[in-house]
Design a protein around this ligand. Structure first.
Ligand SMILES: NC(=O)c1ccc[n+]([C@@H]2O[C@H](COP(=O)([O-])OP(=O)(O)OC[C@H]3O[C@@H](n4cnc5c(N)ncnc54)[C@H](OP(=O)(O)O)[C@@H]3O)[C@@H](O)[C@H]2O)c1
Length: 270
């Protein structure tokens, strides 16, 4: 298969690109930090998913490397951690622009090609945070929830043209780079949220550092592309994170909130 992949320079995108290449696919990966060339059998192209011109240039160049696109795997994403009260509208916009609208733009570039071929696969990286919220990740959570709803609509519309859509919902994986985990500019140690923020982001950081194996996730995506029919949702998470989603859907909202607050924000007894 000819696979276009976004966010191929770091984290799960990088591990997925390697796994797809190892599985025999032609991988054309894009990222802002890439220069054109080939590394370890993976084609690198410059791509900024927030810029329409960059997307057009990526597509044109990719089509000269291989004249079709069988699968689009979207991994590009950023995270801005901050209290809701202190995350600016511009910061929300920035996360939405990359994590949600970036996927929309890439899909709009690939869909006409896939429709003409009457086949194609679109894999979008959501997150467990596309299914439930946790403290201080509101911008990311909102963007991933948007991706979840959008993918359901796209799947129904594109099905007639032989195009399959799949949301990958990873739990914590020990792969992401701190360069993409920014803090809201307005947050400071003097903030009324400072102690909770320190505690909550400490738990988030710890869980990522001790998260699942990113290579295993890459192989999971390779298996996904080999399947005749992809599921709409593929959750790749540890048993406790699966349980958290299950409880979120089952329990009353305030009970779920109590559990998550105790997990992320509990202060030691004095
Ligand atoms: N790691 C986890 O535990 C985890 C859990 C759940 C979901 N996810 C999802 O998995 C995906 C990868 O996350 P990660 O944490 O593993 O990776 P990461 O280390 O945070 O890497 C992010 C990637 O996105 C690219 N990127 C950022 N902005 C971009 C833009 N405007 N245009 C093109 N590329 C852009 C970066 O490349 P450049 O800077 O070179 O452009 C980089 O390759 C994300 O969608 C994330 O939400 C990750």
């Amino acid at each position: 298969m000819i696979v276009w992949l976004t966010g191929g320079s770091s984290g799960l995108g990088l591990h997925t690109a390697r796994a797809l290449q190892a599985a025999g696919h032609t991988v054309i990966a894009g990222a802002r930090s890439f220069h054109e060339g080939e590394e370890d059998g993976i084609h690198h192209l410059l791509l900024d998913v927030t810029k329409p011109q960059s997307i057009s240039a990526f597509c044109e160049r990719a089509l000269t490397i291989a004249p079709r696109v069988d699968a689009l795997v979207q991994c590009a994403g950023i995270l801005i951690l901050g209290p809701c009260e202190e995350t600016s509208p511009e910061e929300y916009q920035r996360v939405m622009d990359t994590d949600f609208l970036g996927m929309v733009r890439m899909n709009q570039a690939a869909l006409p090609l896939m429709r003409a071929q009457r086949q194609g696969r679109i894999v979008m990286f959501s997150s467990i945070n596309g299914l439930l919220g946790i403290p201080f990740q509101s911008a990311y959570t909102a963007a991933k929830h948007a991706v979840e709803g959008y993918a359901e609509c796209l799947q129904m519309e594109a099905h007639r043209y032989g195009i399959q859509v799949c949301l990958v919902e990873p739990g914590d994986h020990r792969s992401g780079s701190d360069a993409y985990r920014m803090h809201a500019a307005a947050h400071s140690p003097l903030s009324p949220y400072a102690e909770d923020f320190r505690r909550g982001t400490g738990v988030i950081h710890h869980d990522e550092q001790h998260g699942s194996d990113p290579d295993a996730l890459g192989r999971e995506i390779a298996r996904l592309l080999k399947r005749r029919s992809m599921p709409l949702r593929k959750r790749v998470a540890s048993p406790d994170q699966r349980l958290a989603v299950w409880l979120h859907d089952l329990l009353p909202g305030r009970v779920n909130s109590l559990i998550l607050r105790r997990y992320y924000l509990r202060r030691p007894k004095k």
